[in-house]
Design a protein around this ligand. Structure first.
Ligand SMILES: Nc1ncnc2c1ncn2[C@@H]1O[C@H](COP(=O)(O)OP(=O)(O)OP(=O)(O)O)[C@@H](O)[C@H]1O
Length: 732
């Protein structure tokens, strides 16, 4: 590739490469390759866009009946309705056709009776609008207009149904099967079969497989028309499982070519119920459903999807007025009653669907059950209404056209039916992954990231990453040193960072434990010797050493001269709480009384216990605060030492790996100890606050105890004084 063949932007790159390479052939070659790949990719993408646009357009052209296309090949379709008129020697003058507008106008004679006056006749007009009105006998035109689109959609993977409806002798079977006089009279079925096998032959790579089943609904019984002689051919049942219909026992025969299929079909036709009718020598007395099951592979090679679609070709039995049947009691009348009944259920179902009712009577008859999907499910449906344009059948024609109008309002939602196949899905994903890898490689090449790998990281690569992270954490390296190349690597980086975090956390815990920052275990309280508190930690009402006095925060209450003289350790208390005469007693007496109060009275015991607990707690907290304070000093000292060491070593550049490691370890230790120092400092602050609060609580409790004691002492002294006086008086 030369510079001349490049786009303008590429030309610039090429020029720059030429300038920068200045003789370095490798770089130039690399850029040439990149440009080559880029231009190939651009051409490929424009070709692909063109292909997609054309295929979407083709799809739209083919599916003119689509009302709304939805993703994944799903489309909401309106049912199409065509009117086919049978040729007649004396056509009714009441019928007017507008083939261009696909409309039919019928003049109807009506009677108007004025009150008391004579009855007047007047002509009313009924207009029906359809998708097409066909008056020709040309069967090919009928197939092209009514069936071709559906058959092609079936080959694309949609379900399709083509149905004929009309009164007896109106030409339903002629439309569906055709006449046997001329080859050109082939009806929709042989032409559809031809179309299916034509596609099969033309596209062998699609691997189309066809199976067929043929059944009739006669007198509310379902019969298989492909059952060979000698095989059981009784009435079949319809099973519905999860919305899907199944007829167990119905033969589904694989067919390979057109001739084989038609042979089977005509064999089935022989088993069909016919009667000799006044209107039709070969009048069908049953509804027939011929179904083709088509499986095909779409796409190319590993992108293959398997689609499974059904083509239902339904020839309904004709309705007729019972009064027109000459055979009043015979089987023809019974058959007609059965046919009319099932067709009236079909009408009810269509009517309910048209009104959008909650309940749709699909299950009221075999025919409506069979047509459930075609009328309101995953299917594209076409109805061909056949009519005999003679005055005698005018009512039947109006009825058929009314039915056609209802059907025209119905909508179905058809989807391309894809078969889930594990092997092909796996192949598809493998291929997709490989394509994505190639795309990544191409993008990397275009953005100059030639060496990027998207494979699982090797142990060696992981170790390298770990070292880089460690270097980054210890501040030795910048963040740029950690490479970000692909998603796998980013995930690995996260894992390694987590690992580092866990390890750092564990080390920190270890250092914290070293500094005894975990609160010490609870020590058992000292045994009570019953004498009271130790002079240095507690208090009593007698003489106490001066240094044992607790701090005074509040303004002390007034002390009596007596109290002052005997050196009683008095806590803050309110003057009014101290009873009169307390201070007149001997200090020994008071102390004895205090001991008695604490150990012999319930109130004293309770208050003494609370006080002791609080004092014990205070002692523990004091010890803890002392320990923390020691740890803080130790940490502070180590921080200072490490700082000094780092400052000294920072000047010398590490010459080997061992020294580098030592420095990293020193830095790590410094950071840990500093963190510990801050943590301990915080804890000491909290411990001090707690200590102060507890000291206040102890003081309050002591005061409470004293006040209670004084109150008790006053009462007891009075009582004992009276007792002594009484004793002395009796002795005198
Ligand atoms: N469009 C047509 N062109 C020529 N002949 C026709 C056409 N339609 C019907 N016929 C002829 O009319 C006769 C009756 O037609 P056909 O059997 O198709 O009616 P049908 O609706 O199926 O009646 P039935 O409900 O009794 O089965 C046949 O002999 C058929 O050849």
């Amino acid at each position: 590739m030369s510079a001349d063949s490049c786009e303008t932007g590429d030309r610039e790159i090429w020029k720059n490469a030429e300038d920068s390479s200045s003789g370095r052939g490798g770089r130039k070659h690399e850029i040439a390759r990149t440009l080559e790949i880029r231009s190939f990719f651009t051409a490929l993408s424009s070709w692909f866009t063109l292909y997609i646009t054309q295929s979407v357009q083709r799809q739209k052209d083919q599916s003119s009946c689509f009302i709304r296309e939805m993703p994944y090949g799903e489309c909401e379709c309106r049912m199409k309705v065509h009117l086919r008129m049978r040729p007649s020697s004396k056509p009714s003058s009441a019928l007017h056709f507008d083939e261009a507008k696909a409309m039919v106008r019928i003049d109807v004679q009506k009677k108007q009776s004025n009150s008391g006056g004579p009855t007047k006749l007047y002509t009313d007009q009924i207009v029906f609008s359809l998708d097409s009105v066909i008056r020709t006998t040309d069967q090919e035109t009928v197939f092209d207009l009514c069936a071709k689109e559906i058959v092609d959609d079936v080959l694309r993977g949609y379900n399709g149904t083509i149905m004929t409806y009309g009164h007896v002798g109106s030409g339903k079977t002629f439309t569906m099967t055709g006449g046997n006089k001329e080859y050109a009279h082939r009806g929709i079925i042989p032409r559809a079969v031809h179309r299916l096998f034509q596609e099969k032959e033309e596209k062998p790579e699609a691997g189309i497989t066809v199976q067929m089943s043929y059944l009739e609904v006669y007198n509310e019984g379902i019969y298989d028309l492909l059952q060979r002689k000698g095989e059981p051919g009784g009435c079949l049942m319809i099973l519905e499982d999860n919305g899907l219909l199944e007829i167990p026992g119905l033969a589904k025969i694989p067919v390979e070519n057109e001739a084989e299929t038609l042979k089977l079909y005509f064999e089935g036709e022989k088993l069909r119920s016919y009667s000799n009718h006044t209107l039709n020598q070969m009048s069908s007395r049953s509804h027939c459903v011929l179904t083709f099951y088509i499986e095909r592979q779409t796409g190319i090679r590993t992108f293959q999807d398997v689609t499974v679609a059904k083509l239902n070709l339904v020839d309904l039995a004709g309705n007729e007025r019972l009064k027109n049947i000459a055979d009043y009691r015979g089987h023809l009348r019974r058959e007609a009653m059965g046919i009319n009944k099932s067709l009236s259920f079909l009408l009810q179902t269509v009517y309910a669907l048209r009104l959008g009712q909650d309940y749709i009577p699909f299950r009221h008859s075999r025919l409506t059950t069979l047509l459930k999907e075609s009328l309101g499910g995953n299917c594209k449906t076409v109805l061909v209404v056949c009519a005999w344009p003679e005055d005698y059948f005018l009512d039947e024609t109006i009825g058929a056209l009314r039915f056609a109008q209802w059907v025209k309002c119905l909508k179905t939602t058809a989807v391309i039916n894809k078969k889930l196949d594990f092997a092909s899905t796996k192949r598809r994903y493998v291929r997709e992954i490989s394509d994505l890898r190639q795309e990544l490689a191409l993008k990397d090449a275009l953005s100059g990231r030639m060496g990027a790998s998207y494979n699982e990281l090797t142990e060696e690569a992981k170790t390298q990453l770990r070292n880089k992270i460690e270097a980054f954490i210890t501040d030795e390296k910048e963040l740029d040193q950690i490479p970000i190349e692909n998603f796998r690597q980013v995930k690995e980086l996260f894992c390694l960072f987590k690992e580092a975090h866990v390890s750092i956390h564990a080390q920190l815990e270890k250092v914290l434990a070293e500094y005894r920052l975990i609160p010490p275990p609870e020590e058992p309280p000292p045994e009570d010797n019953g004498v009271g508190e130790l002079a240095c930690e507690g208090f009593h009402v007698g003489i106490a050493p001066l240094d044992a006095r607790p701090e005074r925060h509040a303004k002390p209450g007034p002390l009596s001269p007596e109290a002052k003289s005997c050196g009683v350790s008095m806590l803050t208390y309110k003057e009014k709480d101290v009873p009169e005469g307390v201070w007149e007693c001997e200090s020994d007496i008071r102390n004895d009384a205090f001991l008695e109060f604490k150990h012999a009275t319930q109130e004293g015991q309770e208050q003494e216990t609370v006080l002791k607990n609080k004092e014990e707690e205070l002692r523990t907290k004091r010890r803890y605060a002392r320990d923390i304070s020691a740890s803080l000093n130790k940490a502070k000292q180590e921080v200072e030492e490490l700082k000094k060491l780092i400052e000294e070593k920072g000047v010398i550049k590490p010459s080997n790996c061992a020294e580098l490691e030592k420095r990293a370890a020193l830095m790590t230790r410094f950071r840990f100890v500093k963190a510990v120092y801050h943590k301990v400092h915080k804890e000491l602050k909290i411990a001090k606050q707690n200590l102060e609060a507890l000291q206040q609580e102890v003081r309050d409790q002591k005061e409470k105890l004293l006040v209670s004691f004084y109150s008790w002492f006053d009462n007891v002294a009075k009582y004992r004084g009276e007792e002594t006086e009484q004793f002395m008086a009796s002795m005198a």
